[in-house]
Design a protein around this ligand. Structure first.
Ligand SMILES: [Zn+2]
Length: 353
């Protein structure tokens, strides 16, 4: 639902309460954090939700265009396996417009959701008279006036609700307003955010938590702050001088219950750096980035040390996503001299140049 003005805050709070907003796990959903999630559970991962125009309450042409654009915005910017939205004349989910809208008294749009089955949506009609004034949809003007609502932005807020997002909990000074398009108070032209046509980072954070990442290479929302765990192994761990050993690192999101569907995720295509040191020393020397490994979340680099060497791998928090740094414990690769004193048959069989 989308409400009008600040003076309606008391009412808005009451309406929010009626939505039975369920906050996410402790430490995840807080002011400036991911949006809360509504009651009723999620739809299916990547579930396609097809909407039709409600019979007898079809939107005006310009509003239809805006709603279809919002459906495309929701689909293309969900950054997760959240549901997709598409128009189809035989769709199960009606979207209406006009005087029949059952929205709250100050609501300019509203929705219902019955996951994982259906949803409904309504937008009030151009010219609807509220206590605070008259509703203007920007799309209905050739020359767009200030004070109008962008129907695409408002419909995107509603599609976000259908997916399960509750209104973002802004900081007291609203400095984080643009972190979410799913807002209790949508803004009118020309106020910042009045025409947001993408989900904000704290919208997608909750979609990621509830629907999971699209794939192991996808970037985590910067509205999240997830710990990672990086591990390393060497194969083999004993070689003769000059023989090869392959270091394999694996990067995962920590398997924390608070991380919901993201806990334990393998994380691919990031920069993982290999370092080495002599045993008994404390200074690490960087070797370089590790290449993509044989399976998701793995990184490899082959080395041919001439003396026993310890290795570790590092992952540095990227500036553009919400997963944290980690480094592995060290792993030792023992190197036998070429005097034929190697203790294992396999090592003895290796060429000693
Ligand atoms: Zn809303």
């Amino acid at each position: 639902m989308t409400l009008r003005i600040r003076s309606a805050r008391t009412l808005a709070v009451a309406l929010l309460a009626s939505l039975a907003v369920a906050l996410g796990p402790a430490g995840i959903a807080a002011a400036h954090g991911p949006d809360p999630f509504l009651s009723g559970g999620p739809f299916g991962q990547n579930q396609q939700l097809t909407f039709r125009w409600r019979s007898g309450a079809e939107p005006a042409s310009a509003i239809k265009t805006a709603i279809k654009a919002a459906a495309a915005d929701a689909t293309s910017t969900r950054a997760s396996k959240a549901p997709t939205f598409v128009y189809g004349s035989g769709g199960d989910n009606p979207i209406g417009y006009g005087v029949g809208a059952p929205c709250g008294v100050n609501g300019i749009a509203c929705f219902t959701r019955d996951a994982p089955n259906t949803f409904t949506m309504w937008l009030r009609e151009q010219g609807h008279v509220f206590d605070w004034g008259t509703l203007k949809w920007c799309q209905t003007y050739a020359t767009v006036p200030n004070g109008c609502y962008d129907a695409e932005t408002i419909a995107l807020d509603e599609f976000g609700h259908v997916a399960g997002l509750g209104h973002h909990d802004n900081l007291d000074n609203d400095s984080d307003y643009l972190d979410a398009v799913v807002q209790t108070y949508s803004r009118t032209r020309p106020n910042a955010g009045w025409n947001m046509h993408t989900f904000g980072r704290c919208d997608t954070a909750t979609l990621q938590l509830r629907y999971d990442m699209a794939n192991t290479s996808a970037k985590y929302s910067t509205c999240l702050d997830l710990a990672t765990v990086l591990t390393i192994s060497a194969s083999p761990t004993s070689i003769v001088a000059g023989a090869a050993t392959t270091l394999t690192a694996t990067l995962k999101v920590v398997n924390d219950d608070d991380y919901l569907l993201l806990g334990g995720n393998l994380v691919s295509n990031r920069t993982v750096t290999l370092q080495r040191r002599a045993p008994g020393t404390t200074t690490w020397t960087t070797i370089g980035p590790m290449g993509a490994g044989p399976s998701a979340g793995t990184y490899v680099l082959t080395q041919r040390p001439s003396v026993t060497t310890e290795y570790r791998a590092l992952f540095k928090k990227p500036s553009d996503e919400g997963i944290d740094s980690d480094n592995t414990p060290s792993v030792r690769v023992s190197v036998a001299a070429c005097a034929g004193s190697a203790p294992y048959a396999a090592v003895i069989a290796a060429p000693c140049l």
